[in-house]
Design a protein around this ligand. Structure first.
Ligand SMILES: [Zn+2]
Length: 375
């Protein structure tokens, strides 16, 4: 099992040197430092956070009381005086639930540890079910994984298709037959646990950022039945005025028409790039031209996004046989051709880190962000 510990640079010194915003903030800083860097003594924590040893000891005591932190034993560091005891986030004593509602005809859920490793999985076929019957299946599935957890659960993260509004209400998710479903409250009422609901691409970008190799300024494009995106800018999640940031699938690309999209418009990005449309185009073609064109159209749509937000990474998540070769190269070329050289010298265009289970893992990361304040 690969453990994907985030690197030290994840800890924002910008945050650490701010004046204290109260106790909850300081507790989060301690957890974030431990989560990102790993176990350390109270003295090291105090030094790295610029807090007094008394303050840090007090914060650690509270985190141990609440079960969020644990002592691991004596530090191996040789220093004059008494060796410090290592403390760490309670990585094995706490778990999170991730749920992925965006797969084709199947709902998936898992119990994860705090490093994003999947411990237990479950799934339910939904076939052509829609509406309330899908809600019932979600509750049944969540009940199964909650019961399978072997440690206290920090919360439940859910990645769903569609736009998720305030309060975890799923606005419209046509494939599930949902309109204005208050999913967060439904699942929270049934489980008595904190619940976080986000769009599936939003969940995916969080997995790449916190558990993968993503930097602080990236867009992740998730290609499946549709095309969605998730954005991290300056290390913060971007939601947007309508909670729809990253929703680029139905932007029309170019002025030369194209195929009619399922939304009714002509020439949406999705008509070139979604997995079903790509498979169909490839089946009808003699060569890789549909992949090249999809990469180019994606580049045309993304170039202004990359420029406006000054992003350093474009990450693709989806079927590797579609995204990995010609499409990625065409996207890379198009972005470099359309952007100022100064902004593309370090622009990376790559596939997502561990794309399997990316929504499950990203949904669990959202729980960590909220409950532990770690990023
Ligand atoms: Zn469309």
């Amino acid at each position: 099992m690969t453990s994907a510990l985030p690197r030290a640079r994840r800890v924002s010194t910008r945050t650490a040197v701010l004046p204290a915003h109260g106790r909850r903030h300081n507790l989060s800083l301690v957890l974030q430092m431990l989560y990102s860097v790993g176990a350390m003594s109270r003295a090291d924590l105090a030094r790295r956070l610029g807090m007094s040893k008394v303050t840090v000891s007090d914060l650690v005591a509270e985190l141990m009381d609440s079960g969020h932190a644990v002592e691991l034993g004596p530090s191996g560091t040789v220093r004059p005086g008494k060796p410090g005891t290592l403390v760490d986030v309670n990585r094995t004593g706490l778990q999170a639930i991730g749920v992925d509602l965006a797969e084709h005809e199947v709902l998936r859920a898992a119990v994860l540890d705090l490093d994003g490793n999947i411990l237990v999985r479950a799934e339910r076929p939904i076939g052509d079910d829609t509406g309330q019957s899908v809600v019932d299946t979600v509750l049944d599935l969540v009940g199964e994984v909650v019961a399978a957890a072997t440690a206290p659960i920090l919360g439940i993260g859910i990645g769903t298709p569609g736009i998720v509004g305030p309060g975890g209400v799923v606005g419209t998710a046509p494939n599930l037959g949902w309109t204005d479903v208050p999913l967060r409250d439904i699942v929270a009422d049934a489980t008595d646990l904190p619940v976080f609901v986000v769009n599936d691409a939003d969940a995916a970008v969080h997995a790449d950022y916190t558990l993968g190799e993503g930097g602080d300024d990236l867009v992740l494009v998730k290609v499946g039945r549709g095309v969605g995106g998730g954005l991290i800018v300056g290390g913060q999640r971007v939601r947007g005025a309508h909670f729809a940031s990253g929703e680029i699938g139905h932007v029309t690309v170019g002025t030369d028409g194209g195929a009619t999209c399922r939304c009714g418009k002509v020439g949406c990005l999705e008509t070139w790039v979604s997995a079903p449309n790509l498979e169909k185009a490839l089946a009808a073609a003699d060569d890789d031209e549909p992949l090249r064109e999809a990469g180019e159209r994606l580049g045309i749509a993304l170039a202004p996004v990359v420029a406006a937000l000054d992003l350093s990474e474009v990450v693709l998540s989806g079927p590797e046989h579609l995204l990995g070769g010609v499409l990625r190269d065409a996207l890379d070329e198009t972005l470099h051709a359309r952007l100022l050289a100064r902004t593309t010298t370090d622009l990376t265009v790559r596939l997502a880190h561990r794309p399997d289970d990316i929504v499950l893992r990203g949904a669990a990361v959202l729980v960590l962000w909220d409950q532990l304040g770690v990023a």
